[in-house]
Design a protein around this ligand. Structure first.
Ligand code: F6P
Length: 465
């Protein structure tokens, strides 16, 4: 879509400058938000504003650093160590993240982290303001910056202002745990357009707005006092072409990576996740364990490769999760390994998109079983990477945003270990005709809801308001 205005994207995380220099080749992925926004920015050009990822011991007094990469101007700010620990590690990752993913018992409520979060939203707005021209479209990304729109309006910004939430929006009772729920919702209404992945999240947001503020929703616009925001579902996606199998074959294969002899009888199960408790990796390991218990004949024919990319490694809950996952891998491998066969290969590292494409292609089953996930792009990447003649099978948690459109996946409830183990067994034995039918249908969903489509439809809706 041709935007007739300059696009300004603001997100906490931005791609590292080095990834523009290498044109993204060989760079480990930094998550769905950055990948999808980057595709949009490369097409339309514009300004991308965010945190540099660097922190300094002293309070930051310098302004943003600006660099030009082709048509993208990248403006980044440093944060101080204290700000990173209160705003990013604290309020964003220990309060909002578990809250929005409906893990109420993990929510940490601290007034000092909330104050720091508000200060950073304010600082981002102050630093961004001088860059803005009246005709720009400003598109704010994700939960780190809920209040940025409010701060921009306070500073006098009257132009278009959109917001997209990359994670789920929880039910009203859960969101109300936040002592600052009403302020956060009022700030959301300062945006002209608020996008979520899925109608279920829009429904939760409307319900929460009704419960906490008491405005009115006409099916599209939410009105409360003098504020009106359009709310809508814009499911994020991937660029399917960057995962499609190559005619010359993939440079990276699981066989190469794991040093396995190519064995046509072997069945490969793959899991790819950031190491995050929302992904339910311990549940998945138990599912695999149950599969081995119930179907011992699968035995040495079966290999489960779990790729876990390091994430938020300074947040205590993530340290605990890593320990738990490693303990379980050790226990299951200790219990089932035989001479020449270790059932789980656990890889704690990040891979580039091109490497993952090869791994997905090799897998017979991909287990995408988060306990809660805004969308989940691994599900889409796996589908795009399949050989259409002999595709692998996607086993997908019903608690992902992806499950509402990817209905031809094998949909599971990951809390039900027994049931998911059986569903995985059926996926491993699924006849080729059935695998092809499901893959065709899933691929059409992935192509229809691409990253391109996501940004085009959001920007078009914002531009038209
Ligand atoms: O909000 C979701 C998300 O931004 C994903 O796009 C990404 O996978 C992840 O969170 C990255 O988190 P962080 O920026 O904390 O590393």
């Amino acid at each position: 879509m041709a935007l007739n205005r300059r696009l300004i994207v603001v997100s906490n995380r931005v791609p590292p400058g080095s990834s523009f220099e290498s044109q993204g080749r060989g760079e480990a992925s930094v998550g769905g938000l950055v990948t999808a926004v980057r595709a949009a920015m490369e097409q339309s050009g514009g300004l991308w504003f965010g945190w540099s990822g660097r922190s300094t011991r002293r309070r930051v007094t310098t302004g943003p650093t600006v660099r030009l990469y082709g048509r993208i101007q990248l403006a980044t700010m440093d944060l101080s160590d204290d700000e990173v620990s209160l705003f990013y590690l604290g309020f964003s990752n220990r309060t909002l993240w578990p809250l929005l993913h409906s893990f109420p018992t993990r929510v940490v409520i601290r007034h000092d982290t909330y104050r720091a979060y508000r200060r950073i939203n304010q600082r981002f707005a102050q630093a961004l303001m001088p860059f803005l021209r009246p005709d720009d479209i400003v598109w704010v990304q994700d939960f780190h910056l809920f209040h940025l729109g409010y701060e921009l309006r306070r500073l006098g910004w009257q132009g278009k202002l959109g917001f997209f939430l990359h994670v789920p929006f929880p039910p009203a009772e859960i969101f109300s745990i936040l002592p600052w729920a009403s302020d956060t919702l009022s700030s959301l209404l300062q945006y002209d357009l608020v996008g979520l992945h899925d109608d279920r999240y829009v429904h939760n947001l409307v319900d929460t707005l009704n419960f906490k503020l008491g405005g009115e929703f006409d099916g599209e616009n939410y009105r409360y006092r003098d504020d009106t925001a359009r709310l809508g579902a814009f499911p994020i996606g991937i660029d399917p072409n960057s995962f499609k199998p190559r005619e010359e074959g993939h440079a990276h294969t699981l066989e190469n990576e794991l040093g396995l002899a190519d064995n046509p009888d072997r069945k490969l199960i793959l899991g790819v996740d950031r190491l995050d408790y929302t992904k339910g990796i311990p549940h998945r390991l138990r599912i695999f364990e149950r599969l081995l218990e119930r179907h011992p004949t699968l035995g040495s024919k079966l290999l489960y490769v779990q790729i876990s990319s390091p994430s938020r490694t300074r947040v205590p809950e993530y340290v605990q999760e890593k320990d738990q996952v490693e303990r379980l891998v050790g226990q299951i491998n200790g219990r089932f390994s035989e001479a020449g066969w270790v059932p789980i290969r656990y890889l704690y590292r990040s891979y580039a998109q091109s490497e993952l494409a090869g791994f997905y292609h090799d897998a017979d089953v991909c287990l995408v079983t988060p306990l809660r996930d805004g969308m989940n792009l691994v599900a889409k990447e796996f589908v795009a990477a399949q050989d259409t003649d002999s595709p692998g099978v996607l086993v997908l948690s019903s608690f992902t945003g992806a499950a509402s459109t990817m209905k031809d996946a094998v949909i599971v409830n990951p809390y039900d270990i027994e049931g998911t183990a059986e569903a995985t067994y059926r996926a491993l034995r699924m006849p080729a005709t059935e695998r092809r039918r499901r893959n065709r249908s899933l691929l059409s969903v992935v192509e229809r809801h691409s990253s391109q489509n996501w940004s085009d439809s959001f920007c078009a809706a914002l531009q038209e308001l």
